[in-house]
Design a binder for this molecule. Structure first.
Ligand SMILES: *Cc1c(COP(=O)(O)O)cnc(C)c1O
Length: 422
């Protein structure tokens, strides 16, 4: 790609999503904008978020307790305002999703309902090197049942050269556990390597052994097209502050397949999960609302939920995940091609090369080890290019199709070349 600059300019000029960049507040580095590749950690602020938060503050100021009941954005039903756009984002039926709590809390709520070990079927299967919070959640759930990781937690080790995991290894691990397997908890995208997985296939393999299939979609939601209902996931959890741009600690998401939504599954219950029609009778018996909403505990933090409305509206206006993914594949493909062509002695892409096995993020191992890696990372920061660092020697770069340009990708590559030259 000798004419990378021409190519980048042409791609940006022809990009149908180009106007969306102006809907984001991009931090400054000196007098220019940062080149921000950290949407996998905290997405940028959509300009529309402030209006949504102010709307809540104003409603509170002007209506106080009446704000629960008045108008289109009454707080009593505020969570339902995001139900349909959220269902579109993850490929679910509206009744299968709810915005509530935070990711790890939702994971515990789901494990409380779906991890029901018996002496014959105690095991949970996850990926080795899982995000610590997921590992803590799973281990603590095992301990709540008097079990432990030594005997009942199966961690599937990477079997591919760059630390990724083949489908064959997952299939083997599931088959080995067989009837001992209670639950598979798998990431949509592994946070460290950026590897994406075939969720429908993993659900199929888990179900074939009589196990539950649950997914952590922290790095997949807003990044990959998802079809949770059709993939036959039993449950899924995710956060909204990464690719969904709903702000630090944003209210998270949860999916419960419709076949479980009516089944009266045991759960950790709270009054907001009680069926809405009779909630305010304040009776002692818990009657769960149908669907994922039946797992709500508390009346939601409305101020924290407000930015999500602005974010989900952007995904809809952008044409949904199909449109975003079309750009994302090109954008990340451009980054991948330039690194392989121009930086091969400096950066090694450890994320799988096949587009179907990755999302926006590329995980880049820096040649020369940790010290060289930190040098490069800090150099990039000083020039206003933000990626993030994963010990011991990996820089993660995630071009987000809503606000990153092909020109941003080129700038990254040119700055690495410059650093290498000095
Ligand atoms: C980001 C992330 C989390 C964060 O958990 P919170 O409860 O939102 O703090 C958990 N698990 C995975 C896999 C993540 O990527």
């Amino acid at each position: 790609m000798t004419n990378a600059r021409t190519h980048a300019l042409a791609m940006d000029a022809a990009d149908p999503l180009r106007p969306f960049r102006n809907e984001f507040l991009i931090p400054k580095h000196g007098d220019r904008e940062q080149t921000y590749f950290v949407g996998n950690s905290l997405g940028l602020q959509p300009r529309g978020a402030r209006a949504q938060v102010l709307e809540v503050l104003d409603k509170w100021a002007n209506e106080a307790v009446e704000g629960h009941f008045n108008g289109q954005t009454a707080w009593m039903t505020y969570h339902a305002l995001v139900r349909e756009p959220l269902a579109r984002l993850v490929g679910a039926q509206p009744g299968e999703v709810v915005a509530m709590n935070t990711l790890t809390v939702n994971l515990h709520l789901m494990l409380a309902s779906f991890y029901r070990p018996t002496p014959q079927r105690p095991a949970i299967l996850i990926e080795a090197g899982a995000f610590p919070s997921d590992r803590h959640a799973v281990e603590s759930q095992l301990r709540l049942h008097g079990l432990g990781p030594a005997t009942d937690l199966v961690e599937v080790e990477p079997d591919e050269a760059d630390g990724t995991i083949s489908m064959a290894a997952i299939e083997r691990a599931i088959a080995e556990q067989g009837p001992r397997l209670a639950l598979v908890l798998w990431p949509g995208i592994q946070y460290r390597t950026g590897q994406a997985f075939d969720l429908a296939e993993i659900a199929r393999l888990a179900h074939a052994q009589g196990a539950i299939a649950g997914f952590d979609l922290a790095h997949a939601v807003g990044n990959l097209p998802l079809a949770l209902h059709d993939a036959d996931a039993d449950f899924a959890v995710w956060c909204h502050y990464k690719y969904v741009n709903a702000g630090p600690g944003a209210v998270a998401g949860c999916f419960v397949h419709e076949r479980h939504g009516q089944a009266g599954l045991p759960r950790m219950a709270g009054w907001w999960g009680h069926e809405a029609a009779t909630r305010f009778r304040m009776a002692p018996e818990f009657v769960p609302a149908a669907g994922a909403e039946g797992w709500q505990l508390s009346n939601p933090p409305i101020l924290a939920l407000a930015p999500l409305r602005a974010s989900l509206d952007q995904f809809d206006r952008a044409g949904g995940m199909t449109a975003l993914r079309a750009k994302s594949e090109k954008l990340t493909g451009f980054l991948d091609a330039l690194i392989r062509e121009r930086l091969s002695g400096t950066l090694q892409v450890i994320t799988p090369a096949e587009p179907a096995r990755r999302g926006a993020q590329l995980s880049l191992r820096v040649a020369g080890g940790r010290e060289r890696g930190r040098e490069l990372f800090e150099y990039l920061q000083q020039t206003g290019i933000l990626g993030d660092w994963r010990e011991p020697d990996v820089i993660r770069i995630s071009p987000a199709p809503l606000y990153n340009r092909f020109g941003d990708v080129l700038r990254f590559v040119e700055e690495v070349e410059h650093w290498r030259g000095v």
